[in-house]
Design a protein around this ligand. Sequence first.
Ligand code: MG
Ligand code: MG
Length: 250
Amino acid sequence: MRSANLLVSKTLAEMAKVVRPGVTTMELDTIAEQFIRDNGGEPTFKGCPNPFGPAFPASICTSVNEVVVHGIPGSQVLQEGDIVSIDCGALLNGYNGDSCYTFPVGEVSPAVAELLRTTKESLYKGIEQALAGKRLGDIGYAVQHHCEARGYGVVREFVGHGIGREMHEDPQVPNYGKRGNGVQIKNGLCIAIEPMITMGSPKVEMLADRWTVRTQDGKPAAHFEHTIAVHHGKADILSSFEEIERILGE
Ligand code: MG
Ligand code: MG
């Protein structure tokens, strides 16, 4: 599980090197797919089935500004001040990695920078609650409370998930909840925790391509995701933002 997740993290670090004004999301996808395959992995998003429409055509999701999740790479050119959430999944030696990072494109406004910072903080607040004996509601509560207390919206329609031999397994891991509620956390549980946080209303809508999910009010959204394993009673973070942040100088 760690190998697959570190491959995903290294792929996102490659993205950190090339995200800048002028690059297209399709160029990012090409680089990511090549990197995953060169390192012996398979991009799990490519061909991911959709009950409502065509399978996902690319290796990463690129969700720009008001797009929350599942943006399809294409001819869109990233502009100074944009943000792009790059969600990446890879299969390596039979196990899945899944992680997402929202990148600033050039210089972003202080308000947008604050959205990114708060969303990432909320991910770690959630991870802190992933202790054996606690419940998934404790994770959801921690994420929700951190973001809503700062005036942000928590998307309800999309959630984190169990992960292992399949990219999406039970249980669902909502980014909202009540303390002490939900599935009990035990050693051996592997989950992806992935807050999707909006600057305005948490309401989202799906575009006609049956993949792209954007905020209804058009305000920006951020998305950070780690895959963790509960081990010796606490969360072992299997993916890593270290290399990404070294490259971004954060
Ligand atoms: Mg993901
Ligand atoms: Mg995920």
